[in-house]
Structure formats: structure tokens, C-alpha cells
Design a protein around this ligand. Structure first.
Ligand SMILES: [Zn+2]
Length: 277
């Protein structure tokens, strides 16, 4: 009971900070699978670094514990701007539109991806393989978050629709139970001439998927006995939720890895296509 009260208190304190996109398994998969998308001359920079990319895929989630500014770097509540289509590209414009407090509170994910991508360009310019691995692992985390549908909406945990906990059920519950990494299929990375705008596209795509995630959760929930709702779910719930969301979960993981591959190859080109010495 004491523990329960403490965790309720922790939730009150941290609020959204406790939600971890993709869970560790999903983030590890995104970073590791990305390597498959790269051409050999870029892949060479990551020789022996796959374990590192996976092991550090969730670092930004851990940073939330000691940095209060970290949590809003993992999402954008697009409704504040009038929907995912209307989120300004320019942070200054976003601040002007909603005020700096609301800008801070409603998330900065897309702008953070731009900044972390610039870190990766600098890392390639430095030719330091450790720096490249670190910058890639961190960038990969945020790219993964941008592909989680519920990271694009104010109703991020189903709190407005009586579905609290759906966030973790989708990104961790399903991924940990069902995703087999070897079943993911990814296309080769492509240089993106509009690389700085890409995160806004991912956000729009995520926002389109969010209502179906919530609808599938509701549908699966109809099968669970009322006394189990809100805390844990039974086998039937998971079977139905997975049947409804399998394609979306797999596609979001694949797209995350592909998008990260596009950012990596674009950063490498921007850095002047350095080759490993
Ligand atoms: Zn995150």
C-alpha cells in the first residue's frame, strides 16, 4: 500500500515524464535495424558499434529523471497549434503563436530532432567514431518517439477518453509481447534534401494513426472483465489489440529505422562524405 501511494505520488510529480516511448525494446530495435539501411561506406563508421547504438537507445528517457526540461523533448501536443498540419517549422514562430510557457509544456520533439541531427553532422566532420555512435544513438531515440502515434497528441495516455495506460500498452506492452525484430523489413536509406522538415511529416503521419490506436484499445478492452480494467489486461485483450495494431506497430518501427537511416546518410553527405581512415 505504501509503495502504491508512493508511486501515485511519483506519477503526480512527474506526470508525463513516466511515459517512455517504445519502451527499451522498441528503441533498441529502431537503432539496431537502422544499420541495415546504410550503404557500406557509411556502415563502416559503425563497425563494432551496433551494441552501443542499442544500449544507448533509451538514454534520453533516463535523462528525464534528473533534467526537468527533458520530458517535453519527446513529444509535441499538436492540438495547441490547431492540429499536426499546423505546427510551425520555426520555433520562434511557435513561441510567438502560443507563448513560451505553452511552447515548453506542449513539447519540442521536432526541433530537438533538428538539433540532434546537427550534432551528428558535426560528429561526422570530426571523424570521431565514438562521437558518431553517441550522436546517432541519441538521434535515433527521438526519431523513434516521433513515430509513436500517441506522441503527437494531447490525449497521449488516453486520459481524455477513459483509456489511461494505453500509451504503455501500445508502445511497450505490444512490442515486448509480440514484435520479432527479424520480421521487420526496411528499405535502403536515401539522402533527404528536405531533411530539416522531415520530423514534421512524421508528426503528421503519427497524428493520423493516433485515433485508430485508441479505437483498437477500446475494442480490445470490451473483452476484458471490468475489474481488470485500468491496471492490467488479460490474454484476450492483448490478442485483439495486437491483431488490430500489428501492421501499425511494425510499420512504425520500420519507418523509424528508415527515417533514422535517411538522417544518418544525409548527415554524412552534409559532412562531405568522409571515409573511415
Ligand atoms: Zn522518449
Amino acid at each position: 500500500m505504501k509503495l502504491r501511494m508512493m508511486s501515485a505520488f511519483a506519477i503526480l510529480l512527474c506526470g508525463r515524464g513516466l511515459l517512455h516511448a517504445w519502451g527499451d525494446k522498441g528503441h533498441r530495435i529502431v537503432n539496431g535495424t537502422m544499420l541495415k539501411t546504410l550503404p557500406p561506406q557509411v556502415q563502416a563508421w559503425y563497425a563494432g558499434k551496433e551494441g552501443y547504438l542499442r544500449d544507448h537507445a533509451s538514454d534520453p528517457d533516463a535523462w528525464r529523471a534528473h533534467d526537468r526540461k527533458e520530458s517535453p523533448r519527446h513529444f509535441v501536443d499538436t492540438e495547441i497549434y490547431g492540429g499536426a498540419e499546423k505546427v510551425p517549422l520555426d520555433a520562434a514562430e511557435a513561441i510567438q503563436q502560443v507563448g513560451s510557457e505553452a511552447f515548453k509544456r506542449n513539447g519540442q520533439l521536432t526541433w530537438v530532432i533538428q538539433d540532434r541531427w546537427k550534432d551528428l553532422v558535426e560528429a561526422f566532420q570530426s571523424g570521431d567514431r565514438d562521437k558518431i555512435a553517441f550522436a546517432t544513438a541519441i538521434l535515433g531515440h527521438y526519431v523513434g518517439d516521433a513515430h509513436v502515434p500517441l506522441h503527437s497528441t494531447r490525449n497521449h495516455d488516453g486520459q481524455e477518453t477513459g483509456q489511461r495506460g494505453v500509451h504503455v500498452r501500445w508502445e511497450s506492452g505490444l512490442v515486448e509481447r509480440y514484435v520479432v525484430e527479424s520480421e521487420l523489413k526496411v528499405r535502403p536509406a536515401q539522402v533527404d534534401p528536405d531533411v530539416m522538415k522531415a520530423p514534421w511529416k512524421w508528426l503528421r503521419d503519427s497524428y493520423v494513426l493516433a485515433p485508430k490506436v485508441l479505437a483498437s484499445d477500446k475494442e480490445a478492452d470490451r473483452t476484458a472483465p471490468a475489474n481488470l480494467r485500468g491496471t492490467r489486461r488479460e490474454g484476450a485483450y492483448w490478442t485483439i489489440f495486437w491483431a488490430e495494431q500489428r501492421e501499425t506497430v511494425m510499420q512504425c518501427l520500420e519507418r523509424s529505422s528508415e527515417a533514422l537511416g535517411d538522417l544518418v546518410i544525409s548527415a554524412w553527405v552534409s559532412a562531405g562524405k568522409p571515409s573511415v581512415k
